[in-house]
Design a binder for this molecule. Sequence first.
Ligand code: NDP
Length: 332
Amino acid sequence: KPNPIRVLVTGAAGQIAYSLVFMIASGQMFGPYQPVVLHLLDIPKMQEVLNGVVMELNDGAFPLLAGTVATTDVKTAFMGIQVCLMVGAFPRGPGMQRSDLLKMNANIFKEQGAALAKYAARGVKVLVVGNPANTNAYIACLAAKADLPSTNFSALTRLDQNRAVSMIAERVGVPVAKVKNVSIWGNHSLTQVPDVTNAVIQDFPEKGLTTPVLTAVNDNKWLEESFIPQVQNRGAAVIAARKLSSAASAANAIVGHMRDWVLGTKDGETVSMAVVSDGSYNIPKGLVFSFPVQCRAGEWSIVQGLKITPFIQLKLDATTKELQSEIDALPK
Ligand code: NDP
């Protein structure tokens, strides 16, 4: 058996974690032969809830769960971790300004970025989920800059991708597994850019082996005026229906993101990850921006040379501007 992977989940007493930790323990993130040690961090007032999560993990009797470290101490949580799932973040309360939220979270992610630099394995793969996810990842990356490469850091846009794939599959009338290479660009926010320009349907019965989604849908008005806003607003629609934000689907997206990063994407397939821009597609270097990527041997790379239509370019400009304004609003 391989050595266990040490995986930290922050915000481990919260909603998303309540789905996520059981998926990890059951082998869905790293495969059926890879044991894990789960590190679970939350704030002191959540200690009792956290104990309950550990009780349920024990009661799952998961063969792959080689241990749990449940703690409210940052050093203990970050010690030796190889995967870091940063789910915990300060939620926006009533009457709170956006700048207050950015500030509260800036402090959390600065502290946790420094803890990554100090205590985590050097190859640690970091995924930020807590909102504003891209900017929180930017802060953590900056705080760890002297010790960890920026390629270790990412933020989650996989749920947006999955939502987009599901909507296209339903519209075209094919199983979701046949919809490939739908991309999400930019910020995980209302300015995100769901893009099907380079997406295909595999084995489309009427049109041969692969058919561009644009051809299969054959309705630009629907794509521009229904599909894009529906993907952008899906989170709010789930809140309206469930009276709680999406949690199980977020956990599933986290599993997909990290599984593909660690185990690799399939040949010819792309997935969306927010990563530190290297200047690809003229996105300013250093911004944490969602791109279509491919993963091999534990490394992601941005897919180059994709067609960007003028319509999508305008949207890329807007999401870039929003990300820059979030960074400008950070406490100096
Ligand atoms: P959730 O588990 O529901 O969500 C956690 C974070 O994920 C939120 O910031 C949420 O943003 C974000 N998120 C990102 N993408 C999505 C998505 N697609 N759908 C839903 N959420 C998304 O929050 P809870 O409040 O239940 O749990 C958070 C836990 O974190 C609490 O237990 C709290 O104590 C803890 N915490 C831990 C900290 C630490 O470890 N230092 C610091 C702060 C909090 P949004 O709010 O915009 O939905």
